[in-house]
Design a protein around this ligand. Structure first.
Ligand code: NAD
Length: 494
C-alpha cells in the first residue's frame, strides 16, 4: 500500500509516526493509500524548516518572487490534466469538475504574479516641513494553511500563492482524505524555482493542526473547513496571538422570484445543487421558491435530475461522482430517511449507483421543507436540494438573513430593481444575480459572513495580500544640519 508522504525542505519524506489514516477511492470504496499523521516533532520540523528559509525568501526581490509565481502558473497549466486526475482519484469528482477546480486555483497564481504592483505602498511628500511619510507592507514570517477535502488543489492555492509572493514561508496541512495533490503542487513550486524549505506539507489530522496552532513560530493561520472547526481554530489561534482567517460551512439559498425564467433557474439549481455531489461550500442547498413559480420550478428540477448520470470519474459520461466517504454518504442519506413533514420528490437512494460499489448517492430533491427541521438547519454537504416555499420577497430575504450561515446566496429574476434591492438587503458575503455559484474571481476576495467566516479579512485577492502582510509607516527627515535644533514639544505638522 502506497504511503502519501510529507514534504519538508524540498523533498518528500516518509512519516515516522505509529498510526495510519486510510485514503479511499470513493468510486470503488477501496482503500488505495494511507498517510502517517505527522507527529508533534515532524510538524515542528516543518515549521523550523520554513523559519530557516524565511530570511532568504523574504530577501528575494519582488520580481524574483513574482517570477516564481509566473513559472508556477505555467507549470500548473501544463500539468492541469495530471492535477485534475489526482483530484478525481481521491476526491471522486468528475474530471471536468476537477479541471474547473484547477483552473480556478491557477487564477490565484496569476493574481499573485501581479504582487509587485499590488504591494506598492503610499508616499506623502512634505507631510511636515522637510518630512516625508510612507507606508510599506512586510511579510509575517511562517504562515500555515489548513484545508478541507472538497477542493484539495484550489483551496491551498487560494492561500499559498499570495502568502509566498508576499515573502512568507508556508506550512500546509491538507485534508487527510485526499492528500496526494498537495505533493504534486509542492513539486511544481520546486520546479518553478521556489527555494527548498519555503513550502512544506505535513500530512495528518488534528494533532498536526494543534501543533501548528500552538507553535510560537507560526505567525498566521488560514483555515477552510466546517464551522465548528473554524470557530475552534479562530478562538485558539487568536488566543495565542496569531492572525487567523477561518472560513466555515454554509447553507446557500437561491431565491427564485415569480418572474424568473423557470428553465434557466432550474438549470442553475441543478448545476449548483448537484455539481461535485453537493460537496461545495458554495453549492446551492436551498431553493426558495417565491409565489406561483414553485410548482413549475419543482417539476423542471425533477425533470433535469432524471437526466443526470451518476458514476465514477473514469466514466466520461458521468456528471456526478460519489461522496467522500461511506460515513458521509450514510449521514446524507439519513436526511432522506427522515424528512419530517417534507415531501421527497426524488430519492437519490433509488439511483442504481447508490447500490455500490463506492460511496454514491443519487441527486435528491425534497419539497416543502420546514425551516425548523434538520433538512433545513443542518449543512448537509451532499446532493440533497431542499425547496422552501414562501409567498413574498420579504419572506425570502428574511430566510437568508435569519440563517446562521452567510456564505453565498443568489437571486433569479428578470427585475433589475428587485435584484439590486436583494444585493442591498441580504446579510451574506457573496451574492449572485442570476449566477448560482458566485465565487469571486481571484482579483476580488472570497468570504462569507456570520458563521461562515471567523476573522476580519476574506481569503485571496486584495484581502489575501493584506492578510499575509503587515503595514509599517515610516516618517523620515533628511535634515540640513544647518536647520537642526532641540525641540521638546510634540511634533506638529502645521
Ligand atoms: P473539516 O472541518 O472536517 O476539516 C477541515 C480541515 O480541518 C482538515 O484539514 C481536517 O484535517 C482538519 N480538522 C478536522 N477536524 C479537526 C479538529 N477537530 N481539530 C483540528 N483540525 C481539524 O472540513 P471538511 O469535511 O474537510 O470540508 C467540508 C467543510 O468545509 C464543509 O463544512 C464546507 O462548507 C467547508 N468549506 C468551506 C469553504 C469556505 O470557503 N467557506 C470552502 C470549502 C469547504
Amino acid at each position: 500500500m502506497r504511503e502519501i508522504k510529507h514534504w519538508i525542505d524540498g523533498r518528500a519524506l516518509a512519516g515516522g509516526g505509529a498510526s495510519r489514516l486510510p485514503v479511499f477511492d470513493p468510486a470503488t470504496g477501496e482503500q488505495q493509500a494511507y498517510v502517517v499523521p505527522a507527529t508533534e516533532q515532524e510538524t515542528g520540523r516543518a515549521v523550523a524548516t520554513a523559519l530557516a528559509a524565511y530570511p532568504g525568501w523574504r530577501a528575494a526581490s519582488l520580481s524574483r518572487r513574482a517570477e516564481v509565481m509566473f513559472r508556477f502558473r505555467e507549470l500548473v497549466d501544463a500539468n492541469r490534466k495530471e492535477i485534475a486526475a489526482l483530484v478525481s482519484a481521491e476526491h471522486g469528482k468528475t474530471v471536468a469538475d476537477a479541471e474547473g477546480e484547477v483552473a480556478r486555483g491557477l487564477e490565484n497564481a496569476e493574481f499573485a504574479a501581479g504582487a509587485p504592483h499590488l504591494l506598492k505602498g503610499g508616499y506623502s511628500e512634505q507631510a511636515a516641513g522637510g518630512v516625508d511619510v510612507y507606508s510599506i507592507r512586510q511579510p509575517l514570517g511562517v504562515v500555515a494553511g489548513i484545508t478541507p477535502f472538497n477542493f484539495p488543489a484550489m483551496v491551498p492555492m487560494w492561500m499559498f500563492c499570495n502568502a509566498l509572493v508576499c515573502g512568507n514561508t508556508f506550512v500546509l496541512k491538507p485534508s487527510e482524505k485526499d492528500p496526494s495533490v498537495s505533493l504534486l503542487l509542492a513539486d511544481l513550486l520546486r520546479q518553478a524555482g521556489l527555494p527548498d524549505g519555503a513550502f512544506n506539507v505535513v500530512q495528518g489530522d488534528r494533532t498536526a493542526v494543534e501543533t501548528l496552532l500552538s507553535h510560537r513560530d507560526v505567525q498566521a493561520v488560514s483555515f477552510v473547513g466546517s464551522t465548528p472547526v473554524a470557530r475552534h481554530i479562530y478562538e485558539t489561534g487568536t488566543r495565542r496571538g496569531k492572525r487567523v482567517q477561518a472560513l466555515g460551512g454554509a447553507k446557500n439559498h437561491m431565491v427564485v422570484l415569480p418572474d424568473a425564467d423557470i428553465g434557466a433557474a432550474a438549470d442553475a439549481a441543478v448545476s449548483a445543487g448537484y455539481g461535485s455531489a453537493g460537496e461545495r461550500c458554495m453549492a446551492v442547498s436551498v431553493v426558495v421558491a417565491v409565489g406561483a413559480g414553485a410548482d413549475p420550478l419543482v417539476a423542471a428540477i425533477r425533470d433535469r435530475i432524471a437526466r443526470i448520470t451518476v458514476g465514477p470519474a473514469t466514466d466520461p459520461a458521468a456528471q456526478m461522482g460519489p461522496l467522500i466517504s461511506a460515513e458521509h454518504r450514510d449521514r446524507v442519506a439519513g436526511y432522506l430517511a427522515e424528512p419530517g413533514t417534507a415531501e421527497v420528490v426524488v430519492d437519490g437512494r433509488d439511483d442504481p449507483a447508490s447500490r455500490g460499489p463506492g460511496f454514491f448517492l443519487g441527486a435528491s430533491l425534497v419539497d416543502r421543507v420546514g425551516t425548523d427541521t434538520p433538512l433545513y438547519t443542518d449543512e448537509i454537504f451532499g446532493p440533497v436540494l431542499s425547496v422552501v416555499r414562501v409567498d413574498t420577497y420579504e419572506q425570502a430575504v428574511a430566510l437568508v438573513n435569519d440563517n446562521p450561515y452567510g456564505n453565498g446566496t443568489a437571486i433569479f429574476t428578470r427585475d433589475g430593481g428587485a435584484a439590486r434591492r436583494f444585493q442591498y438587503d441580504v446579510v451574506c458575503g457573496m451574492v449572485g444575480v442570476n449566477v448560482p455559484v458566485p465565487v469571486p474571481v481571484a482579483y476580488y476576495s472570497f468570504g462569507g459572513w456570520k458563521s461562515s467566516l471567523f476573522g476580519d479579512l476574506h481569503m485571496y485577492g486584495p484581502e489575501g495580500l493584506q492578510f499575509y502582510t503587515r503595514g509599517k509607516v515610516v516618517t523620515a527627515r533628511w535634515p540640513d544640519p544647518a536647520t537642526s535644533a532641540v525641540d521638546l514639544g510634540f511634533p506638529k505638522v502645521r
